[in-house]
Design a protein around this ligand. Structure first.
Ligand code: NAP
Length: 290
């Protein structure tokens, strides 16, 4: 079975590595904070002391990191991935980053005569744990076809969307919709509770009708119970909305809902909601409605 050099074992990366091990792949893992990767070593992954050590000789090099700065550092920094890529190699990045960063890394990988796919994911921690992620993929068709068995091991669906950057562009659009749905639900849940409607019945009505939504399904319980352990933090959603806004401005797309949602989330993060699950945004609506 082939070897995956994996960089980034945060919330998502950790679960993805577990599934890759389960699927029989050999894993060489690097994470900036070694302690977060430690339980994976007990499950059979090998520790790599640097990104380059994880990447060297691997059949596939896979990154799952927080943001553009992390990706740039891990690829181009000292002992970075670029120093260890072999011709003919395949590199997959599943982080949510700007299309320009995806394209710049893709170009640098191509200069090493290897292939790069930007393949961010839809789905959160539970989907990562259940190997039920959806991959949005940009790059060459040939590289995508090579990567299909890996996507099938870690996800339930993958979409080939076009040239390099297409995965990242799609992901920014998807997370814009996520933010709009999340805040729309937080606002209307608060409204229903304020009006004396039972919150769980309200959710049942939503899920039985035309406005049913995966976001409501995933986040209703957390909002109603105020259980905000992080699956996808407000910081990460805000990061994505800022990337989406920047890209929308470059492209001249009119996105007033994105702008509003981003500003509300920014205020929430600034007053201390950064590390909670994004569902905690409901408390902003509740407090303002007292
Ligand atoms: P996370 O738990 O915050 O993990 C972030 C990872 O990036 C950690 O491995 C962290 O290392 C590493 N990192 C951060 N800055 C770094 C730097 N400067 N140099 C090296 N490593 C660095 O994030 P996550 O929830 O797994 O999300 C990972 C990516 O997937 C993000 O782009 C996110 O937007 C996207 N995503 C997340 C979800 C979700 O539901 N969580 C869903 C879809 C997409 P340390 O452990 O040392 O901090």
């Amino acid at each position: 079975m082939s070897t995956i050099g994996w960089i980034g074992t945060g919330t998502m990366g950790y679960a993805m590595v577990e599934n890759a091990l389960q699927a029989g792949y050999s894993l060489r893992v690097y994470n900036r904070s070694k302690e977060k990767a430690a339980p994976l070593l007990e499950k059979g992954a090998m520790w790599a002391p640097t990104p380059a050590a994880a990447a060297a000789g691997a059949d596939v090099i896979w990154t799952m990191l927080a943001d553009d700065a992390a990706i740039t550092e891990v690829f181009t920094g000292e002992n970075g991935i670029l120093s260890a890529i072999s011709p003919g190699g395949l590199v997959i990045d599943s982080s949510t980053v700007s299309p320009s960063t995806s394209m710049a890394i893709g170009t640098a990988v191509a200069e090493k005569r290897a292939e790069f796919l930007d393949a961010p994911v839809s789905g959160s921690k539970p989907h990562a744990e259940q190997a039920a992620l959806t991959f949005m993929v940009g790059g060459t068709q040939n590289a995508y076809e090579k990567a299909i068995p890996y996507f099938e091991a870690l996800g339930k669906k993958s979409f080939y969307l076009g040239e390099q950057g297409a995965g990242s562009k799609t992901k920014l659009a998807i997370n814009t919709l996520l933010g709009i749905q999340l805040l729309g639900f937080a606002e209307t849940l608060t409204f229903a509770e304020k009006a004396g409607i039972n919150a769980r019945q309200f959710v049942d009505v939503i899920m039985s009708g035309a406005v049913r939504s995966g976001v409501v399904e995933a986040k209703a319980g957390k909002m109603i119970d105020h259980e905000f352990s992080p699956q996808f933090t407000s910081t990460l959603l805000l990061k994505d909305l800022k990337l989406a806004q920047r890209f929308a401005d470059e492209e001249g797309a009119y996105m007033p809902l994105l702008a509003g949602v981003k500003e509300i989330l920014r205020a929430f993060v600034a007053r201390g909601g950064a590390d909670d699950d994004m569902s905690a945004i409901v408390t902003l609506f509740e407090e303002a409605s007292r």
